[in-house]
Design a protein around this ligand. Structure first.
Ligand code: G4P
Length: 536
């Protein structure tokens, strides 16, 4: 919940906007991201994000599979500056994987942001994946800005789109802009927040729209730019919108009850700057983070942060792992010694990286709200806290129960050890759950969505040159078993055929019958069976 009585943030923190873009595949997230980077001065020409295939490995989408299937598999973060009004902002865009099967990653990613931009296709409205992601944002009361894209094509009626969002997502929608014409006739928008006319230039896709200051809808200047029939319609619609739809209310937006909507065309660079201005001027600065002992305010002097994603093999030449850390408070400087709370060991953070759009760069400093990448050899896990000494435990990073289990084997049986290494790495990354049965050979992999199997196979083949095959498993459910040592040992001894260990060596009970689970709970009242493993 937003606390309006908090003291003003230090300027460096107050100018940060850390956000994600959520959408259904194909709505235009990649195109919008490119335009953000273009206006942020991070790339020279839109198209670069797509074009430089190899360079993309270190950026947002780095997998061959992604290119083959046209889906985004990894999440990463990009930082860039943006000037709006008289102020300089620092935008941190955290990329969310686009496909529905990657919900685990997506959920965790959304724990690292303070706001989300929801992109919808003007012809399609609210689609399944949009709804799912929206629900995650809602769980966290994240403020949401909506961008209705592809207005240069035939789209639905503006009121219909707004109604659909209001009804489907149960959120108030306030038009920040209003489209003039549609499809071939689409001229631009009337900026309802700033009384301006924004005109789209179809000839130059990268050009910023022409912006004309007007004195409201009765301004005679309007007739110079908008044909009479469209103008009459605009006046009528805006009047109706003002009557029927809620006016923009900053507080309600920040609390997640109301979303402002901008209409535009990402590919034509139209409406993008207005959206960015909206994020800059109304979007939340870094917010308070929760831990199990107290709340962390971003302006606190001491540095704290948590790992929300681990990515292995970003550079296939080095087996490095990068842990993405959201800084929750303080001013981080390169070389700082931080406490790795889980292992209780100090950690000198000497080579942190900040993901500037064009390249990875050494982060000399970073502030609360920023995302830094810390290369490491596996010490840093999802959910881990880094602090200047306090034993904090951040809450709210979800762990998911694996819902699908399959056996996995290397096609070449001589490569079993290799496979084990690869699987352990992916397990630590959070890409899958990996179980080593106590009896027999091979491994069982547990995932949340079926496509994760394909992703895993593809990554093991690419990153470890190791073809693998999956086979049906006799088990369908996994439960982590904890409890007093003697009781646990007794249980393990009589259930060896069902037992496995995960990548941490913890015991997991595998079965296909709920009945088995009920029986164990009855026969071993001191043991605890859980479908998820605490990440921290
Ligand atoms: P995604 O990341 O959400 O999956 O969407 P992406 O940006 O890749 O856009 C999906 C398709 O929609 C692309 O076409 C893209 O060019 C197109 N698109 C994006 N914004 C607009 C817009 O404002 N107007 C119109 N008309 N189209 C838009 P594609 O044919 O799949 O790819 P490409 O060949 O253009 O690269």
């Amino acid at each position: 919940m937003l606390d309006t009585n908090r003291p003003a943030l230090p300027p460096e923190i107050g100018r940060r906007r850390t956000f994600a873009i959520i959408s259904h595949p194909d709505a235009g997230k990649t195109t919008l991201t490119e335009k953000f980077l273009l206006y942020g001065g991070a790339i020279q020409m839109a198209g670069q994000v797509r074009a430089k295939g190899e360079a993309r490995r270190t950026r947002s989408d780095f997998m061959k599979l992604e290119q083959d299937r046209g889906i985004s598999v990894s999440a990463s973060a990009m930082s860039f500056d943006y000037h709006s009004g008289q102020r300089d902002f620092r935008f941190n865009l955290v990329d969310t994987p686009g496909h529905s099967d990657f919900s685990e990653d997506t959920y965790r990613t959304l724990t690292a942001v303070d706001a989300a931009i929801m992109v919808i296709d003007g012809a399609k409205g609210v689609e399944s994946q949009t709804r799912k992601l929206f629900e995650v944002c809602r769980l966290r009361d994240l403020p949401i800005l909506t961008f209705c894209n592809k207005m240069d094509r035939e789209s639905r009626d503006t009121f219909e789109i707004i109604d659909e969002i209001q009804e489907n997502l149960a959120i108030d929608v306030s038009p920040a802009s209003w489209p003039i014409g549609v499809g071939r006739e689409f001229l631009g928008c009337y900026d309802m927040l700033r009384n301006r006319l924004e005109l789209m230039d179809r000839a130059d896709r990268n050009k910023v729209a022409e912006s004309i200051k007007i004195e409201g809808l009765d301004d005679p200047k309007l007739a110079d730019h908008v044909p009479a029939d469209l103008l009459a319609r605009l006046r009528e619609e805006v009047e109706m919108a003002r009557e029927l739809l809620p006016a923009f209310n900053a507080q309600s937006f920040l609390e997640g009850h109301l979303t402002p909507i901008w209409f535009g065309s990402a590919i034509n660079s139209f409406g993008v700057k207005e959206l960015m201005d909206g994020l800059a001027n109304y979007g939340p600065p870094p917010q308070i983070q929760k831990t199990d002992s107290r709340q962390i305010a971003p302006e606190e002097d001491k540095v704290t942060g948590f790992v929300f994603k681990v990515q292995a093999n970003m550079d296939p030449k080095h087996r490095d792992r990068v842990a993405f850390v959201r800084l929750a408070s303080g001013h981080f400087q390169r070389g700082m010694k931080l406490l790795h709370v889980r292992s209780k060991k100090p950690m000198a953070v000497s080579n942190p990286v900040l993901f500037l759009a064009a390249d990875r760069e050494l982060a000399e400093e970073a502030w609360a709200g920023d995302i830094i990448g810390i290369p490491n050899h596996g010490q840093l896990r999802i959910g881990d806290a880094l602090t200047e000494g306090e034993a904090l435990r951040f809450t709210g990073i979800p762990s998911f129960a694996p819902e699908l289990l399959q056996g996995i084997r290397a096609t070449d049986p001589m490569k079993a050890k290799h496979l084990e290494k690869a699987l352990m790495q992916f397990a630590e990354e959070g890409a899958a759950k990996v179980f080593k049965p106590m009896i027999g050979s091979g491994f069982i992999v547990g995932v949340v969505g079926a496509l994760q199997f394909d992703v895993l196979a593809s990554r093991i083949e690419q990153e470890y040159s190791l073809p693998v095959r999956f086979e049906a498993s006799q088990f369908t459910s996994a439960r982590w078993v904890t409890g007093p040592k003697a009781e646990l040992e007794k249980f393990i001894n009589v259930n060896k055929g069902h037992l496995a260990t995960d990548h941490d060596g913890d015991s997991v009970y595998l079965t296909r019958l709920q009945w088995d689970i009920d029986r164990i709970e009855r026969d071993y009242p001191d043991l605890k069976l859980s479908a998820t493993k605490e990440m921290m």
